[in-house]
Structures are given as structure tokens and as C-alpha cells.
Design a protein around this ligand. Structure first.
Ligand SMILES: Cc1ncc(COP(=O)(O)O)c(C=O)c1O
Length: 366
């Protein structure tokens, strides 16, 4: 028996290319491909935290549905971020926050490109229309170009990854203000999503702007600071918008184990901050080392990764690194990113291994 899928599925879905977060690692390469934290919540996980986590997870009543509103967790997050709980929605990673916003919005959707691919993928899947405004050739943000894009496309939803993935750049705060104002009626009528997935590494946030800008939506995640496995994101916005988005949120979107784990780990903020400081120092150390290296140009970054453009074919450099046990993210064939690799900052030892492998690959490719 055969079944004609084309008659059952929307053409927008069939036209998509699936997002694959890279090849699953085979063997145990040094994993610098997914912007995770390299630290298993460090020393703490082996002592106190491990015991607390085991007790919390052990007491979860797995035969019951989780708290649909994740109230206890939300109260903790709200306290942590110093925002009222009515401004906050807990999500299954920030990916879910992105999807909920796209589901609720009219469209079209506008974002600088290249950027985090899920904005465009989601917009296309939901037939919202997507317009990408190119960054400059050196990946800096082009404010005049973006304002022109707003005027031409008249989006209802704008995504700004801050810092941007995969380029690592940070839009100036004055430019963000200008976009928020333009989207509040003077040019178009759009929600502006500032995706702060990497805020711990940029040290910047616009949380304090929420009162001033009713069209501002902020996304946060625990994925980049050592908890990618639990899938916990946050959407923070004006209460009126949170009420609307909450209507389309699946009722048990944050599972009971994740709620329990997050409640415990959130008390260890100082460990996270220490790890973030190590990563930032390592990022600057690697970028300084790369500045001395012929054959590859690294772009400045405010995140826990950086983008590298290689003078030799990016595919070959990617493969050469992999053969030496280093897995990075290959963007060589992506639009705007010819011969670009994205490298996540790892532990000092992993970063040394990366630098040694890159030197060897570039030497071999000469
Ligand atoms: C800018 C940006 N937003 C959101 C995400 C998704 O994060 P999460 O794991 O919270 O779904 C990523 C992941 O790479 C990202 O780079």
C-alpha cells in the first residue's frame, strides 16, 4: 500500500530542509560544535549539588503531570531576573519560545542574516513569510539597511539574536533602541524579539527596557550555561503579550524533571558566573592566538563561540579538524558564510587541542 503524503501535508512543510544540529559525534571528539558549556557544572556537581539534584529528582512524582504553570520554578526565575512573574513564561528551551511567537504572529518576519536558523525555518514552516536583511561583509550590523528592510517588508515580528549566532556580533544599544521605536508604529507595527541566549557571555541585557518598550520580547535559555540537557527557556515580555502567548503554549511544556532540576541548579548562580568568566577569558585567549595565525580570520565575538573564515576550503579544514579529534560546526556552504566554521569555546585543554589541530590542518593545506 502506498500513501500520497503530498495530499495530507502543507507544501510549506514539504519544501523545508530539516534543521540538523550537526552530525552526532562519532567516537569522542572534542565537542566544540553546539555552543554548549563545556563544564558539567564543574566542581559543584560532584559534591553538594549532585546530592541535592538526586534528592530533588528522586522525589518527583512521575505518575503525575507536572505543574502546568511551573509556578514554583517561575517564581524562582522571576526573582533571579528581577521581573514580575506575570512577565514570564517558562518554555521547552528558547526554541519553543521562538515557535510560540511565530505561531501567534501575523507575519511577515524580519531578521538580519546570517542568524540563528530557527527563526527562518519556523517562519517558513508556518507560512509567515521571512525576509532576511544581510549583515555587512564583515558581519557587523547594518542599521540603515535594516531600517530600510523594516520599511519595505513591514514585518509584525523581528528577531535579533543578541549576540548573534553564528557571527558572535552584538548590535549597538542605540541601534536596538532605534529598531524598537521604528517597530512601535513610526515605520511598522512589530514585536521585537531580543534573543539573549548568550547574555552570560556578553554581559549585556535589555531586561530593564521592558517598561519602556511594550513591543519588546526577551528570550533567555539555560542551554548555554551548562543545562542544555534539561531544555529550559524563558520568554519575558509585557504581561498582556504573555497572556496571549500562554494561550497557545502546550499545557505541560516544561516536564517535571526539568522543573525540579532547574529549581535546584538555580541556587548555584555563582558557579555559572565563574564558568562564564572562564569561557570569556578563554575566548579572548583563542582570538588573540588566531590573530597571529595565517590562513584563518576569526571575527570578534561576545558569545561563547566565534566564527572563523579559512583561506583554504572550509569543508577541508572542517574535515581535517575532525580527523584530529575536533568537532566544530561547518557553515562553509551556508549563504553568506562561505568557508566559515563556528567554534564553541571549550575548556582550556580543549581550546589548546583545537589551536594545535587548526595549526596542523592549515600547515597541511598550504
Ligand atoms: C540565538 C539562539 N537562540 C536560541 C537558541 C536555542 O536555544 P535552546 O536550547 O534554549 O532552545 C540558540 C541555540 O543555539 C541560539 O543560538
Amino acid at each position: 500500500m502506498s500513501f500520497d503524503l503530498t495530499r495530507a501535508l502543507r507544501p510549506e512543510v514539504r519544501a523545508l530542509t530539516a534543521y540538523h544540529a550537526g552530525p552526532g559525534p562519532s567516537g569522542r571528539p572534542v565537542k566544540l560544535d553546539a555552543n554548549e558549556s563545556p563544564f558539567l557544572l564543574g566542581e559543584a556537581i560532584r559534591g553538594e549539588l549532585a546530592a541535592e539534584l538526586a534528592a530533588a529528582l528522586g522525589s518527583v512524582e512521575l505518575h503525575r503531570y507536572p505543574d502546568p504553570e511551573a509556578r514554583e520554578l517561575k517564581a524562582l526565575l522571576a526573582r533571579e531576573l528581577r521581573v514580575p512573574a506575570e512577565q514570564l513564561l517558562a518554555t521547552n528551551g528558547s526554541d519553543e519560545g521562538i515557535h510560540l511567537l511565530l505561531s501567534a504572529a501575523v507575519g511577515p518576519v524580519l531578521a538580519p542574516v546570517p542568524t540563528f536558523v530557527m527563526y527562518e525555518l519556523g517562519a517558513r514552516a508556518l507560512a509567515r513569510g521571512f525576509v532576511g536583511v544581510p549583515l555587512m561583509a564583515d558581519f557587523r550590523f547594518d542599521l540603515p539597511g535594516f531600517l530600510k528592510g523594516l520599511e519595505q517588508a513591514r514585518p509584525t515580528l523581528v528577531f535579533l539574536a543578541w549576540p548573534n549566532n553564528p557571527t558572535g556580533g552584538l548590535i549597538e544599544e542605540e541601534a536596538l533602541e532605534a529598531i524598537l521605536r521604528a517597530c512601535a508604529g513610526s515605520v511598522c507595527h512589530a514585536l521585537v524579539v531580543v534573543d539573549e541566549a548568550y547574555t552570560e557571555y556578553s554581559g549585556r541585557t535589555v531586561l530593564s527596557w521592558l517598561g519602556r518598550h511594550p513591543n519588546l520580547v526577551i528570550l533567555r535559555t539555560l542551554s548555554k550555561i551548562g543545562l542544555a540537557g534539561i531544555r529550559l527557556g524563558m520568554l519575558i515580555a509585557a504581561p498582556a503579550l504573555v497572556v496571549e502567548i500562554d494561550k497557545i503554549r502546550p499545557p505541560y511544556n516544561v516536564n517535571a524533571l526539568s522543573q525540579a532540576a532547574a529549581r535546584v541548579v538555580l541556587a548555584y548562580g555563582e558557579v555559572v558566573a565563574r564558568h562564564a568568566a572562564t569561557i570569556v577569558a578563554e575566548r579572548e585567549r583563542i582570538l588573540a592566538a588566531l590573530a597571529e595565525l595565517a590562513g584563518a580570520t576569526a571575527f570578534p565575538s561576545r558569545a561563547n563561540f566565534f566564527l572563523l573564515r579559512t583561506a583554504r576550503p572550509g569543508d577541508r579544514v572542517f574535515q581535517g579538524l575532525l580527523e584530529r579529534g575536533i568537532l566544530v560546526r561547518n557553515f562553509s556552504r551556508a549563504p553568506y558564510l562561505a568557508d566559515c566554521l563556528r567554534v564553541t569555546v571549550g575548556t582550556p585543554e580543549e581550546n589548546d587541542a583545537f589551536l594545535a589541530a587548526l595549526r596542523a590542518v592549515l600547515e597541511a593545506e598550504r
